[in-house]
Design a protein around this ligand. Structure first.
Ligand code: ADP
Ligand code: ZN
Ligand code: ZN
Length: 737
């Protein structure tokens, strides 16, 4: 029996089910206290969960007698606006992901756990009029007070205790004295009524920058996607800063999204030096509380700029006026587990819904974005020259066939490195493989050390004397004897950064080398220390992985080397050539940024390879064009749309059975002929003890792909075979692993 006119709340909970849950309001709650977008505590199973109210309604399919009563409302005002909810509904529909998971992902962890959404009333310090007018000599007996006073004067905005602590140690007594002398006062907001939003004059833009800035600024109150295609060092960041300035002048907020690795303290400092507004940062290196505070300051409109990574995308901003997404080609914008969204694509939808511009920047734009330019969906803005007048680096291939390599370094390469070092210039060596060597092989019987849980060889880590799997966490001591034939002749095969580091110490004993990879920079602060040493010229050779390719500027590097490009040439994933080309150009971008010209050498056994040659002789744009032609011929994205259904289980037959059932169902609901490829074993068929299979769905029209998925997904969840596997759907997959 349904009772009438009872108030019922539909609540989103972060669980992997495609449904909302109905509850009665907490005892004593009045209608006025209940609003969509507020968090709520509800009983669930034998415990409680934090959820989000998505609907307030008066009837339900469930017998009201059976409805549970919510425990408490957490927020006094909604945390998500109608606009925010609209975007989340769109994302839920597009990615076909569990509704509660999608909605709860808008919150930082602390708020997901139910922490208060009140910001602690903060206290800031600023100079009084007397403080501004004070003559320096009046404080000459109190140098600490003077230093603090001058710092506050220079900063122009009111500073938080945290900000003061960043610049001074043991500053409290000095502050107390200044407060007592009424040279400094407390205030509850950072913004002094600053005459200007900038602290520092913008650089004088060159012609290309000027054009880009003008084009974007001319249409600030309309949706438009701009692709700012600018070589490394061409001054893209300066373009962002000058456009952002205009948006700030309209009292609007700005969201700047970056890959994790490029969100460096240097970039943050550059924004803070330029602007007189409150700037928040949001990334995984911050604590839960820091992220919550940044989120709330944006959500309440009290801060103006948010610099963040993928996870900052859904932060509510009541006055958002511009989105900038730098390094738009970067794979880290795609979330690879759970709610698999593309921060770039959702950011574009967000801009469209708000009718504001979005700027995508890259030195190596993704093929999809370049395709969207040809379709006139995006406007292309080019910066072809390096801003400081530096010349672009020259790229060349070094054929290493028939050469005797010393730990991966060929004799001509060693000579080039020596020549560069002799001129007191730095060398950068890139190798995308950690550890000493990727394989341990027995010379006696051919046995190879393999992970028992994954389809992968164990990697030798010599310094730790261990064998490690880079796919699961398994690790074992490095053995001295073959477990198969007891031979002592165990040999490392292949090349890792640790092995090259060893070689550098005897090939160039006079020169200081540092290795930057996930292993060598695990301890907090080590990376920063190394970067500092590099910038001070205390390091001659920089060796590293992916970590080196982005974000960092090494002005004295004039030779950049990719020790092994071939490993990127042979992959069954059609994205691989694009990734490799982007990587090469990004590494090249590290070389010769200042007045000295840079060179890039790539060691290869494939010197005739067409991709490498197009890239080297004609540049990235020509490569991208050629790659798009190939994609078109093969009807691959962006000329078609894909979804990848993955399934895994401990039992080998289960995922296969499941996907075969899915195909049977799909065939019943597939009038448009969506192409079904599979089921096939995943490229890595076993991982962490689970067997993995996948089914690729593809169609030339997005609509047909999504119609099929919409019909199919509820049926898939009902399959009895679904209970024996873990499965997930990846819309617009960017890698097929
Ligand atoms: P990108 O983001 O494209 O890599 P940046 O904006 O970091 O480039 O600029 C590279 C360097 O050139 C920086 O040191 C920057 O200060 C400088 N630069 C940028 N624009 C100008 C300009 N118009 N005049 C002089 N120097 C500039
Ligand atoms: Zn053996
Ligand atoms: Zn493993």
């Amino acid at each position: 029996m349904k009772s009438s006119k009872k108030i019922i709340l539909s609540v989103a909970l972060a669980i992997p089910l495609q449904r909302l849950f109905d509850y009665l309001p907490p005892k004593g709650a009045t209608l006025a206290e209940l609003q969509v977008g507020m968090r709520i505590i509800v009983p669930f199973a034998k415990s409680t969960k934090i959820g989000l109210i998505l609907e307030i309604k008066t009837d339900t399919d469930i017998d009201c007698q059976k409805l549970k009563t919510a425990e408490a409302i957490i927020d006094s005002i909604p945390l998500l606006s109608a606009q925010d909810l609209k975007l989340l509904y769109w994302a839920q529909k597009y990615y076909h992901h569990a509704i509660g998971d999608v909605f709860m992902s808008a919150f930082p962890t602390a708020l997901r756990k139910g922490k208060s959404s009140e910001l602690k009333k903060s206290c800031y310090y600023q100079l009084t009029a007397a403080g501004y007018e004070l003559e320096e000599h009046e404080l000459k007996k109190a140098p600490k007070q003077l230093a603090l006073l001058q710092y506050l004067k220079f900063q122009q905005v009111a500073l938080s205790p945290e900000a003061i602590a960043e610049a001074f140690s043991a500053w409290r007594p000095a502050l107390k004295a200044l407060l007592e002398k009424q040279l400094v006062k407390e205030t509850d907001h950072t913004q002094q009524h600053a005459a200007s939003i900038t602290k520092q004059k913008p650089l004088k833009a060159n012609d290309e920058q000027q054009l880009a800035i003008q084009r974007i600024s001319a249409n600030l109150s309309r949706f438009s996607v701009y692709l700012l295609d600018g070589v490394t060092g061409s001054g893209k960041t300066e373009v962002y800063l000058q456009v952002i300035q205009q948006v700030l002048a309209k009292q609007q907020q700005v969201l700047v999204l970056l890959p994790e690795i490029t969100l460096t303290p240097q970039l943050e400092a550059r924004f803070k030096q330029r602007f007189n507004v409150a700037i928040e940062t949001y990334h995984s290196r911050h604590s839960e509380t820091q992220r919550k505070n940044a989120w709330l300051k944006m959500q309440k409109g009290s801060s103006a700029i948010l610099l963040g990574t993928r996870s900052a995308l859904l932060t509510p901003m009541p006055n958002l006026g511009l989105i900038v997404l730098d390094e738009e080609h970067d794979a880290s914008f795609k979330q690879q587990e759970g709610f698999r969204f593309s921060a770039r694509d959702v950011a574009i939808v967000r801009a469209k819904m708000l009718n504001i511009p979005i700027v995508l920047g890259s030195a190596t734009p993704s093929l999809e974005s370049l395709y969207n330019v040809t379709q006139q969906r995006y406007q292309l803005l080019r910066l072809a020259k390096r801003a400081g007048g530096a010349t672009p680096p020259s790229l060349s291939l070094l054929d290493v066939r028939n050469q005797v390599l010393q730990e991966g370094l060929s004799p001509p390469l060693i000579r080039e490195i020596q020549k560069t070092l002799a001129k007191n210039e730095q060398v950068l060596l890139f190798l995308n493989r950690r550890g000493f060597a990727p394989t341990l092989i027995c010379h006696g019987c051919g046995w190879v050390a393999q992970c028992s849980r994954c389809d992968a060889n164990l990697v030798i880590h010599y310094q730790q004397q261990s064998l490690r799997c880079h796919h699961c966490a398994s690790e074992q001591p490095l053995m001295k004897q073959c477990p198969n034939c007891q031979s002592q002749e165990l040999k490392p095969l292949g090349l890792g950064t640790e092995r090259v580091e060893n070689a550098l110490s005897y090939l160039f004993p006079q020169h200081k080398a540092v290795r930057l990879d996930r292993d060598s920079t695990q301890r907090k602060g080590v990376l920063e220390q190394h970067l500092e040493a590099i910038n001070q010229g205390k390091v001659d050779i920089i060796l590293g992985t992916q970590m080196l390719a982005k974000g960092h500027h090494f002005p004295n590097v004039t030779l950049a080397v990719l020790l092994d490009v071939d490993s990127g040439l042979f992959s069954i994933d059609y994205h691989a050539p694009e990734r490799l080309a982007q990587l090469i150009i990004q590494v090249a971008g590290r070389a010769g940024r200042a007045e000295k010209k840079g060179r890039v050498i790539m060691q290869t056994r494939q010197p005739e390879h067409p991709l490498l040659n197009t890239l080297i002789h004609q540049g990235y744009a020509a490569f991208a064009q050629a790659a798009l032609v190939e994609r078109k011929l093969a009807e691959l994205p962006p000329y078609s749309y894909q979804a990848l259904l993955r399934a895994n289980a401990h039992e080998e037959a289960a995922p296969l059975d499941f996907l075969q059932e899915v195909i049977k169902l799909a065939e019943l609901h597939n009038p448009a002929g969506v192409f079904l490829l599979g089921p096939v074993a995943a490229p890595m068929a076993k991982r962490i003890g689970q067997f993995r299979f996948q089914l690729l769905l593809q169609h030339k029209q997005r609509k047909h792909l999504h119609l099929l998925l919409k019909a199919l997904l509820p049926l898939i969840s009902q399959l009895k075979q679904a209970r024996k596997v873990r499965w997930s759907l990846d819309i617009d997959p960017i890698d097929l692993y």
